[in-house]
Design a protein around this ligand. Sequence first.
Ligand code: PXG
Length: 450
Amino acid sequence: MDKHETTRPPTPQLGVNTLEPYWMPFTGNRHFKQNPRLLAAASGMYYTSDDGRKILDGCAGLWCVNAGHGRAEITEAIRRQAGEMDYAPSFQLGHPIAFELASRITANLPGDLDHVFYCNSGSEAVDTALKIALAYHQAKGDHRRTRLIGRERGYHGVGFGGISVGGIVGNRRAFASALLPQVDHLPHTHDLAKNAFSRGQPEHGAQFAEALEQLCALHDPATIAAVIVEPVAGSTGVLVPPKGYLEALRRICDKHGILLIFDEVITGFGRLGAPFAAEYFGVLPDLMTVAKGLTNAAVPMGAVFARKPIYEAFMQGPENAIELFHGYTYSGHPLACAAALAAIEIHRREDLAGRARAISGYWADAIHSLRDARHVIDLRNLGLIGAIELAPRPGAANARAFEAFLECFRRGLLIRVTGDTIALSPPLIVEKPEIDRMVETIRTVLAAIS
Ligand code: PXG
């Protein structure tokens, strides 16, 4: 049997074939269960499949294992915390490391981002941020500000808030009847005609931000509570903001008293070669959502970072009043806090953002070396993110990229595909030979598929 063959039955430990009951997320369940791809172990830059093959991780799991897999300090911190105190409620009670973590995080955030609200995922972080934005204006007596603005092709998780401000059509279609009211969208910034093969930020497209002025004119700016964008759109296939675009959004939001939310679930924790996109671009949002790299994905955790005036706007009324009617059973879960503290310490000690920055030029060269590879119609990069957009196969959109995904996996490389774009986001510990291998595997695979 070809050692790359993946159609074998699943691991012996599974005993009776138990693939069926698991309703898998964002997966073609029937196709997968006919062709299972199972991961059994992970260390550093590599997964090991259940049939013992080493798989180079080109996307840090799902953009989340920024420090590489199986970090001993994180494992040990989780183990220690689980032994000491498994769980503690966070409503009207607290536990020390949740406070320690918030202090550690805020000590290094840009500007006056100085408070942290905990949740368990990026989706929850987004819904939390949208709720904070709405409640903030209410708390200030600005009762008309009830509108939220997202962006076409935006991904903000899968909660009803997130899919409402999000702009991935497939994620909204079946739920259209239940999306939030009073939401509008900016246009996306992808402009292949003008910006194809841009290295880093595209030159053209700052004017896409002016659409916010048009939405203000249409709706009355005094009715808009917040604008939410990914500084670099990830899930939709990596759209890097044009030069001047985020700055323009910030300026227009300031002009009209609108909060700006950066969804940094992907861009946070070093991905761009700076701790956060806010620092990379020099644009300070009012609220920031994070998850993924916060705990290196070892335990689920998300968070919202808020600027001082936002937190303070809530701190009024009777001293013993609850200021925000929001929170989760697992907000500030001790195991997640322990994992996050350990992950942050690794980031500090190893300067992972600096490391990503140092290798980002090599990364850019490697991505753009695919310019003459078969099927390629665009290449995009920023920090340690790369995207390879393929011409769709006539009459079969997305099929070519999915086939590339399957073929790369067979050859021992994990990539992520979305539509007909291959997205790459390796752990920030990636070395040059691993980058070379990723690019060469993709080149070979693109030559091999029709
Ligand atoms: N916001 C952004 C910007 C994201 O990228 C979420 C929110 C939601 O996070 P949770 O933790 O609820 O999944 C995300 C998630 C992909 C991919 O391959 C991206 C995400 C998740 C899964 C796959 O592009 N991003």
